[in-house]
Design a protein around this ligand. Structure first.
Ligand SMILES: O=P(O)(O)OC[C@H]1O[C@H](O)[C@H](O)[C@@H](O)[C@@H]1O
Length: 534
């Protein structure tokens, strides 16, 4: 069954939320805390090794109730069931959306078989049993893919650096030839293994990079050696074979796994190589546990649902356009670019599920960088700029190398920032601070030193960065974006918006080759092309 189409703005809850917004919009969170001493407990969720504090939001109990009413009115429960049951909720592509089946306790047979193949392969490569064409063991694995076939595995391999083994793992994605050349220049073809990852096996960037890598390899090896150095992950078995990859080196993928949700499939082969199969399995288990939580927990205690509803609150009632995610872990520096694809490719839509133009804001713009670095970069704008930017702060109780002094300093900043965003600094506090200064000078300076505060944040405090907690964290954001898509009445699982640029690029590529400018084209593009060719 397809997802129902329900215009959120026509629900009763939406009207009530609009009215409620008018009442609450100028109220201060510090006053909410002063009025209700149990607020922190009330707006906190504890699950496994996660503590989610959402009390520093511009909400009260009525807000929460009305947001839950909205979730019920748009039949969120039904949508979640349809997703997990494998209904074809990716309607415009006629597909099921079942990345959750890759990490649940009851995996389909083909998933189990593929996992087994990943296990055997990764263990052979790590142990050195897998030999290159001159009999040497593999030292480097290169993932060639883009979008979902690159960002997910790259982010996880980077985030789990602490758990890495001896293998060098590299990622080539951009069709920019400098990316592939920079990566392979230090590699030895005798000891390098290429993983060509492409769901469709038609993506220009990946096929171009894979072809260049094969050419480089064949400069010193022969065609039959390709079988020892090239493997592929794809749904398009025919094209993989045409490329010259041996049957036994093909890892299947399925159309019911969307590219941006595919790191849990064989697309995560580089993860299994980098950190070992057991850690890959723990990553899957962590995601599976979050799936269970999402599927079975009452909405009022449901972490992805709660975070999604808060995001809707700011996006659609406060007119916030962006959200920041600030991980306080240097290991997570690739988390946000990864989430950008998931969130923005999924919910960057302006047509409702019944095919009509939408009249309200959808898709949040997400951005962010690890703290404390980002505090010294863009935090000024979050604290004192004109825009409302709700932030998620993601931090860990323990550091992996056990350096308590650093960890306490890091986390002191983590807590201080959410406190500063909540409280701000009042004119009276500034006056007090400047009381020893010359009065005229102090009065001039005062307005610049005031912080309005009242900036919303969620704090996600997790015990430790492990493969399992990372799996749960990623799955949390996957479910959050789905909930938002359901409420916005859009299709989160297609991505037609990436097609037009691809089509035009193939026409322009021909133009660059033939120098033919006879077809009508806008004057700007044409003059730029001529300048490029001159
Ligand atoms: O895995 P592939 O078929 O090569 O696709 C790679 C990427 O390309 C497309 O442009 C889509 O927008 C992405 O969702 C996808 O992940």
């Amino acid at each position: 069954m397809p997802l129902k189409t329900i215009n959120p703005t026509a629900t009763k809850a939406w009207g009530k939320l609009e009215k409620h917004y008018q009442e609450i919009k100028d109220q201060k969170m510090v006053d909410f805390f002063a009025e209700d001493t149990s607020r922190a407990d009330k707006f906190q969720l504890k699950w496994n090794n996660f503590l989610v504090d959402y009390s520093k939001n511009r909400i009260n109990s009525t807000t929460k109730d009305l947001l839950l009413e909205l979730a019920n009115e748009v039949e969120l429960k039904d949508a979640i069931e349809k997703q997990f049951n494998g209904d074809k909720i990716n309607q415009t592509e006629g597909r099921e959306v079942l990345h959750t089946a890759l990490r649940g306790s009851n995996k389909p047979k083909e998933v189990e078989e593929t996992l087994q193949k990943i296990k055997i392969f990764s263990e052979e490569v790590i142990s050195g049993e897998w030999k290159g064409y001159t009999g040497k063991t593999i030292t480097d694995v290169v993932n060639i893919g883009i979008g979902g076939s690159d960002l997910g595995p790259q982010m996880v391999v980077d985030s789990l650096k602490f758990y890495r083994n001896h293998l060098g793992v590299h990622f080539i994605s951009n069709v920019d030839g400098d990316h592939v050349m920079e990566t392979i220049k230090d590699l030895n073809p005798e000891t390098t293994l290429f993983l060509i990852v492409s769901k469709t096996f038609t993506t220009q960037e990946t096929i171009t990079n894979a072809t260049t890598a094969r050419k480089w390899f064949l400069e010193s090896a022969s065609q039959e050696d390709v079988a020892k150095h090239f493997v592929a992950v794809s749904t398009n078995l025919e094209s993989v074979k045409e490329f010259g990859i041996a049957d036994q080196n093909i890892f299947p993928m399925w159309n019911w796994v969307g590219g941006r949700f595919s790191l849990w499939s064989a697309v995560g082969l580089s993860i299994a190589c980098a950190v070992g199969f057991d850690n890959f399995q723990s990553l899957l288990n962590g995601a599976g546990k979050m799936d269970e939580h999402f599927k079975t927990t009452d909405f009022k205690d449901n972490i992805p649902v709660t975070l999604a509803l808060l995001s809707i609150w700011y996006n659609n009632f406060f007119d916030a356009e962006t959200e920041a995610i600030i991980p306080y872990s240097q290991y997570l520096q690739k988390l946000v670019p990864y989430l950008q694809q998931g969130i923005m490719e999924s919910n960057g839509k302006s047509v409702s599920r019944d095919g009509n133009k939408i009249s309200y804001q959808t898709g949040t713009i997400v951005w962010g960088e690890p703290g404390t670095n980002s505090q010294h970069a863009f935090f000024q704008l979050i604290h004192q700029g004109t825009k409302l930017i709700p932030c998620d702060f993601v931090g860990f109780k323990k550091s992996l190398h056990g350096n308590r002094e650093h960890q306490d300093k890091l986390m002191a900043n983590f807590f201080a920032q959410t406190e500063a965003l909540l409280k701000g600094k009042t004119p009276a506090q500034v006056e007090e601070e400047l009381k020893d200064m010359d009065a005229e000078k102090a009065a001039t300076l005062k307005p610049f030193k005031v912080f309005e505060g009242n900036k919303p944040t969620n704090t996600l405090l997790i015990d430790e960065l492990t493969p399992e907690s990372l799996g749960s964290l990623i799955a949390l954001y996957e479910h959050k974006l789905f909930v938002q898509g359901v409420i916005w009445n859009i299709f989160s699982y297609d991505q037609w918006g990436v097609e037009l640029g691809k089509q035009l690029a193939s026409g322009i590529l021909k133009q660059l080759e033939t120098k033919d400018f006879s077809k009508p084209q806008d004057a700007s593009t044409q003059s730029l092309l001529k300048a490029y060719l001159s």
